[in-house]
Write a protein that binds this ligand. Structure first.
Ligand SMILES: [Zn+2]
Length: 219
């Protein structure tokens, strides 16, 4: 049980991120120490964590390595090419990616920064947190990614096309941005039904807690 989740009687791992993200005081590293990483699941729209600006990771330890493995596992299970911290309920600046799906192609980018964004290309994108929604998004066609790996070593890599697109999509997640923010008016209309269904599903699995009984009149 998380100390910062005392307002709920049960708190699953995926909700833990939400609780911690909402808390006034919490330490980033405590997140990984206090949750069951193996029970993480992909968080779906409209979970509030997907709109949070994420915090940098400061400690590179075994828990972080375990998180990276779990995120890669979840990404592959859904045939995804990228997955970011908030998508597993954690407000942390981390994403995993693998443009080809090759077993040895998994990479992790921690506290990433995108530089030298050049060119522009439009293509359709989906998101593991927003099933059945596809949005045409204009992205830079080439980019340089500066990030840390799970051991804390910094690296730089220049990528183009799909690779550069994945980085920009996942980096958006770390700043609370979603592909929905790029929708054209026509796409907004086309996605209404899917988003309404996702919202209904979310509400069903996250029922509102009853308000605590009043403790007397306000003075
Ligand atoms: Zn996404």
């Amino acid at each position: 049980m998380l100390a910062s989740c005392t307002t709920v009687s049960t708190c699953t791992a995926s909700e833990a991120g939400l609780c911690l993200g909402e808390a006034a005081l919490w330490k980033v590293q405590d997140v990984l120490d206090q949750i069951d990483i193996e029970s993480l699941v992909i968080v779906k729209y409209p979970a509030p964590i997907l709109r949070k600006k994420c915090e940098p990771i400061t400690t590179f330890d075994a828990s972080l390595g375990q998180l990276v493995c779990k995120m890669c596992e979840l990404m592959h299970a859904q045939n995804g090419v990228g997955l970011a911290g908030p998508q597993v309920g954690l407000p942390l600046r981390i994403f995993v990616w693998n443009p080809t799906g090759a077993p040895d192609g998994d990479r992790v980018s921690i506290n990433p920064a995108l530089k030298d964004l050049q060119g522009q290309v439009e293509a359709e994108e989906g998101c593991l947190s927003i099933p059945d929604v596809h949005v045409r998004v204009k992205r830079a066609s080439t980019a340089k990614l500066v990030a840390f790996d799970a051991s804390g070593a910094q690296y730089e890599i220049v990528g183009e096309d799909l690779m550069a697109r994945i980085w920009q999509h996942e980096n958006d997640h770390l700043n609370g941005q979603l592909i929905l923010d790029y929708q054209s008016p026509g796409e907004e209309i086309a996605h209404r039904r899917a988003l309404k269904e996702l919202t209904a599903e979310y509400k069903k699995s996250h029922p509102k807690k009853k308000a605590s009984p009043s403790r007397g009149r306000r003075r």
